[in-house]
Design a binder for this molecule. Sequence first.
Ligand code: NDP
Length: 289
Amino acid sequence: MKVGFIGLGAMGYPMAGHLAQRFETLVWNRTREKAQAHAEAFGSKAVALEEVAAASVIFTCLPTSREVGEIAARLAPHLKADTVWVDCTSGEPEASRTIAARLAEQGVAFLDAPVSGGTIGAERGTLTVMVGGDVAALERAREAIEAFAGKIVHVGPVGAGHAVKAVNNALLAVNLWAAGEGLAALVKQGVRAEVALEVINASSGRSNATENLIPERVVTRAWPLTFKLGLLAKDIGIAMRVLDGADLPAPVLRLVHEVYQAAKREIGADADHVEALKLIERWAETEIR
Ligand code: NDP
């Protein structure tokens, strides 16, 4: 099988690396040097964008559905029927339905297949992949997706994968922020964050934020950049539109949208998402450690 990968960012670079170890892999990236470095590191082939159309399964992992739509428009004239397009971007359900309908005119199947597990999951090849779209198309692409997946779940029609991902990331945002508020209050009252986390992580308040993100990145003051705050804020925005579509009140998730918009403004879109807690630290005039 020949596969193609478009978008060699923090996630795409290692994901395409796993593909290249199993399949003939064509890669394209806006900044061409990254594609060349990928070819040297993994034995993939750096090609012009239209040459990616030679692949039978094409992956995209771009910031938003807007870039996916732009690339799809540029690539569409070159695509052959029966190609499966697997979009691993954390994208928009509605935009994906539009892209899927356009590609379907050419016999190309579109799957929205966002991923969870972070850059570590991408490097280890253990990502959770939530897929929206035609089941038969998923079966044609499954072997390729398995190259970087620990778990693949079909969640519904086109757009459903992106909806699940948006809600998942809204939950990440809630857990991270809420833990930051609680820990800042405890630190101010003289409890060390490490001690509080030892209790919480053996109790019912634990989450990925308390078990991994805060001990590894905040308490240590390491603040590595793996997932941009601007991208998480974008995902919460998508979750807001999912809520609008469902037409139900959801005050906590709507509030967390406001909070991360403020954090993005104050801390910066290119900071890591965990750095949102620096805003809590500023308000509390204390460090969470
Ligand atoms: P990065 O910012 O690291 O990479 C973005 C990629 O998109 C780069 O290859 C960049 O190219 C390319 N790109 C940006 N704008 C354009 C454009 N206009 N045209 C063509 N290519 C473009 O992002 P991530 O890899 O972190 O994220 C990618 C997607 O995966 C996002 O939707 C994100 O929400 C999601 N995600 C991220 C996770 C993470 O932990 N980082 C975890 C799970 C999902 P160039 O090299 O030229 O800048």
